[in-house]
Design a protein around this ligand. Structure first.
Ligand code: ADP
Length: 605
């Protein structure tokens, strides 16, 4: 039983494994196709972005090296006359610690200044010294004036004068709205600041009182710093590496390769061919988002996906994007849902096989149990038969011996003894008839000699055969035979034997209630012979089984009642052989009526 189950489970598991592999293969093919499309979509988005996106940064490549955007900021030199005047002021201010004299020198420098750079340098120094001399309001006015210097006017370090002015003003009077608006202008002018200037701008913004405008400004400055850091990292890589970025894509239409920066936020590629080589830096978030949301790409069976920085064990998306990979959210669910129908099928089959096997097992078990019961019954039968033989034999012997040992001429009731001996030998004969007939039936050699006969005769001879023994045991047999019954086509001896069996049972199971009715009447096309007793009765669950060969009801009350279990089996066989039937009605404790029906001749159904 376990073997077929195990085989089915094994086969099922194997097939499921194969199905899973297939489903995975299908999905990975689909995935590869989709990845191709994603790569193409991404390349297109990036090409469009590189052609004029708002946050895109394009760096020229000059003589084989990448030019940072702040390269263009020119630092001016001062004229000789101005320089010496300023230096005098610085000597007074710092070496001699004499701000008053220094102030005079700086004023003179301002007067001789010829360029905006010189003017701004001088005025910045004037304001500084005024602040030192505690001429605060004059200094503030001057810084405010300097704040208006154009962003492109820078000192020799490339830092706009306006930024200096803003920082100092911030120190002198903390919440000046002009400073905020001026810093906004430094930032929004769009011109590139050198990295140092940008960091300075950030710290200047950091000192401003919090507010919406200031926060927006801070965000923009942070973005600038982001870009600057990418560019710096790029320049570093350029210096340490083999000059990758300096080798732009040839103009014959080869595909650019996009690399991801270390912070995973920018994609960088060399573009433009040899005529106009440049490095393009594109912020990834928006571009990725557009590709990820694209209807055509995200609407497939694989569902939503994300473009991510490639992990150590992941395949790159595409040779154009060696640092990127695609992650699908629900691939495992898809494999599972692909497999669901097969899984259900195998489960159902498995359950069926198990159910069938169990059912088969049950049938087998019932058969075996029957066989065992049968064997038990047969062995019980042998002991019952021996027991049944012994009783009549004993009494025959006893009465025969009594007759033999009788003193000659004694007035003993010899007739009674002889009757008993005859009765007992008839009982013996009946018993042996039962056994012999049953064995013939078992062998299939039992033949019934059917002939036209009167059922009354069979009933009468059965009654007669038992009359003496019934009388002896004090039984009252009430016989009720309907007059004028049609003939039956039957085996006389067999019918008599059946009636005898029913009557002997009525006696055996009478339980002290010594009234038995024997009735023959017409029941439609049948002649019905009914034997009714008022004894122990039969439980409903035994009413069918008592007709099986060897079956005897197990009940403590019945333990000492002799019997072979063949009587009713024979009655049923006889009924069947005559196309009749035998039934029983009974209520336990009140008695039973057995009805044997034999078809009558010349009556149509
Ligand atoms: P047995 O030799 O045991 O009487 P039978 O085939 O004649 O064998 O009867 C089978 C069983 O049916 C009996 O063991 C008995 O339990 C039950 N049975 C038969 N006739 C009666 C009856 N008239 N009243 C109660 N039980 C009966």
């Amino acid at each position: 039983m376990t073997l077929p189950c195990a085989v089915v489970i094994g086969l099922g598991l194997r097939t499921l494994g194969q199905e899973r592999e297939l489903a995975e293969k299908r999905l990975s093919d689909e995935r590869a196709r989709l990845e191709q499309d994603i790569g193409a979509g991404l390349a297109q988005e990036l090409a469009e972005e590189a052609g004029g996106g708002k946050d895109v940064l394009a760096l020229a490549i000059h003589e084989g090296s990448v030019q940072p955007p702040w390269q263009a900021i020119r630092v001016r030199d001062a004229g000789e006359r101005f320089r010496s005047t300023i230096r005098r002021g610085e000597t007074e201010e710092f070496a001699r610690d004499d701000p008053t004299t220094a102030l005079v020198a700086y004023r003179r420098a301002a007067a001789v200044a010829e360029t905006p750079f010189e003017t701004a340098t001088a005025l910045l120094a004037v304001a500084r010294v005024q602040a030192k001399l505690a001429r605060r309001s004059e200094a503030i006015d001057l810084y405010a004036e300097l704040l208006e210097t154009p962003g492109a006017t820078v000192d020799e370090d490339g830092i706009p004068f306006a930024l200096y002015a803003a920082t100092r003003l911030g120190d002198l009077e903390s919440s000046s709205p002009t400073v905020v608006s001026r810093l906004q202008r430094v930032d929004l002018a769009g011109a590139w600041l050198r990295p140092e200037a940008t960091y300075m701008l950030r710290s200047a913004v950091g000192t401003l009182p919090k507010g919406d405008a200031v926060e927006a400004l801070a965000r923009r400055v942070d973005q600038r710093i982001d870009v600057i850091e990418v560019v710096m990292a790029l320049l570093d890589a350029e210096q340490s590496g083999p000059g990758f970025w300096a080798r732009p894509v040839p103009s014959d239409g080869a595909e650019p390769q996009w690399r991801l920066d270390a912070g995973d936020r920018w994609l960088v590629a060399a573009l433009g061919g040899v005529e106009e080589p440049r490095v393009v830096i594109v912020p990834t978030a928006a571009v990725f988002g557009r590709v990820e949301r694209s209807e055509k790409l995200a609407g497939g069976r694989l569902g939503a996906f994300r473009i991510v920085a490639r992990g150590a064990n992941e395949e790159p998306l595409d040779p154009r994007f060696p640092d990127l990979a695609v992650r699908f959210d629900n691939v495992d669910d898809l494999v599972a849902s692909d497999l669901r129908p097969q899984l259900t099928f195998y489960l159902v089959t498995l359950l069926l096989v198990i159910a069938l096997t169990l059912f088969g097992g049950l049938l087998l078990w019932r058969d075996v149990r029957r066989d065992v019961e049968m064997a038990e019954m047969r062995s019980q039968f042998v002991s019952s038969v021996s027991h049944e033989l012994r009783t009549p034999l004993t009494s025959i012997r006893m009465f025969a011996e009594t007759l033999r040992d009788r003193p000659s001429g004694a007035e003993a009731p010899a007739d009674d003894f002889l009757e008993i001996i005859i009765g007992e030998s008839e009982r013996l004969t009946r018993l042996l008839d039962n056994v012999l007939n049953f064995s013939k039936i078992e062998r299939g050699s039992k033949i019934y000699h059917l002939d036209s006969m009167r059922l009354e005769e069979a009933v009468e001879s059965a009654r007669r055969a038992l009359a003496f023994s019934l009388e002896q045991h004090g039984f009252e047999l009430i016989v009720d035979v309907e007059e004028g019954l049609p003939l039956a086509h039957a085996d006389r001896d067999a019918i008599e034997q059946a009636v005898l069996n029913l009557l002997t049972n009525a006696v055996k199971y009478s339980n002290g209630e010594r009234r038995i009715e024997l009735c023959l009447r017409r029941d439609g096309q049948f002649g019905a012979i009914e034997v009714t007793d008022h004894g122990i009765g039969i439980r409903p669950e035994d009413r069918e089984r008592i007709f099986e060969p060897f079956y005897r009801v197990k009940h403590p009350q019945l333990e000492h009642v002799p019997g072979t279990g063949l009587g009713l089996a024979l009655v049923r066989h006889i009924a069947d052989a005559h196309q009749g039937d035998v039934t029983v009605e009974s209520s336990p404790g009140q008695g039973s009526t057995f009805r044997l029906r034999i078809p009558l001749e010349g009556i149509d159904a």
